[in-house]
Design a protein around this ligand. Structure first.
Ligand code: AKB
Length: 312
């Protein structure tokens, strides 16, 4: 049975991943950690600042962890507002998590992102192995992180694994400070107000994925036969690619009065413009059987249904 320490456990991915992992491996086998306090936790929970490597080490050791899932990070738009903080937190936290994993011989997961690509990357059907010259601090962090994870495997034999996530959409915990967040906000506003003002321009395609597929991908990759993994880290994965008017049209099928207009945020638009339109997922399919269950239509039905109940 795995014993997993999760950082960033109260974030968009972490809050749902911890639940899923507790369902699979048992409540007491998942140590959730975050910089924020949680008043009532069902399973083990500790407050951790990931820039404090010694505390991470002590907690992982006392818990008897055999796996580290490192999620704590600033997202793209926040990182662009505060690049120095992003460097210190994203890179410092990752180095600490990797070091703890090397010292305690833990299996390791951390997400990269479509943000690891840049304007000179091929925009359509973006290959697994391609040009990566991102123009954002987040992207610089992600490329450096991908390389560090490869390095810790090659140099120290740490069983590092990871994916490049697209924008993640869920009804449980809202994301904060990302460029793809519009694709989550639109559902909340469609139900609450019947309208949404998009900060991303019509025609801007980005890859996206529904959270249940993202969580399953993490579990599948971590359970995959190590000898089959050629890439190990930073696997391209995605479930759909759309632009704002397409998701609006999909929502309109269920909420006919829904209206959308645009007030473009130049910072987030520039980030989105530097990212691919849609990425190629063949390596993930071949090496560990990646497959998404939700397309735009199926996700929209589920999001609206679940959010209507949540927002009642
Ligand atoms: C963001 O928009 O910053 C994230 C991501 C795609 O990495 N959702």
């Amino acid at each position: 049975m795995k014993k997993i320490m999760v950082t960033g456990a109260l974030g968009q991915i972490g809050s749902e991943l911890v639940e899923k992992l507790r369902g699979i491996y048992g409540e007491d086998n998942i140590l959730a950690t975050d910089i924020r306090k949680l008043e009532h936790s069902k399973g083990p929970f500790e407050v951790v600042d990931v820039t404090d490597g010694q505390r991470m080490h002590d907690l992982a050791k006392d818990f008897g962890a055999d796996t580290m899932m490192h999620l704590a990070a600033l997202l793209s738009a926040t990182a662009e507002k505060n690049p120095l903080l992003a460097w210190n937190l994203n890179m410092g936290g990752l180095m600490n998590a990797l070091e703890v994993s090397r010292e305690l011989n833990l299996q390791f997961f951390t997400p990269s992102s479509i943000g690891a690509f840049g304007p000179s990357t091929p925009k359509d059907n973006t290959p697994q192995d391609t040009l990566q010259r991102p123009t954002t601090m987040y992207g610089v962090n992600k490329v450096a992180g991908e390389l560090l994870c490869d390095y810790y495997f090659d140099r120290f034999g740490v069983d590092t694994r990871g994916v490049r996530f697209p924008g993640l959409i869920s009804y449980v915990t809202p994301p904060g400070g990302g460029t793809t967040d519009y694709a989550v906000e639109i559902f909340y506003e469609a139900i609450k107000q019947g309208k949404y003002t998009s900060y991303i321009q019509e025609g801007t395609y980005m890859d996206m994925m529904y959270m249940p597929d993202a969580l399953q991908a993490i579990v599948d990759l971590m359970e995959a036969d190590s000898s089959k993994l050629i890439h190990r880290n930073a696997f391209n994965i995605t479930a759909m690619s759309f632009e704002p008017s397409e998701i609006a049209a999909e929502i309109k099928k269920h909420l006919p009065h829904f209206r959308m207009d645009y007030h473009v945020d130049p910072v987030r638009q520039a980030i989105a413009d530097s990212w691919p339109n849609s990425i190629n997922v063949e390596a993930a399919q071949k090496e560990w059987g990646f497959k998404a269950q939700y397309d735009l239509a199926k996700m929209t039905v589920d999001m609206l249904e679940k959010l209507k109940i949540k927002l009642q």
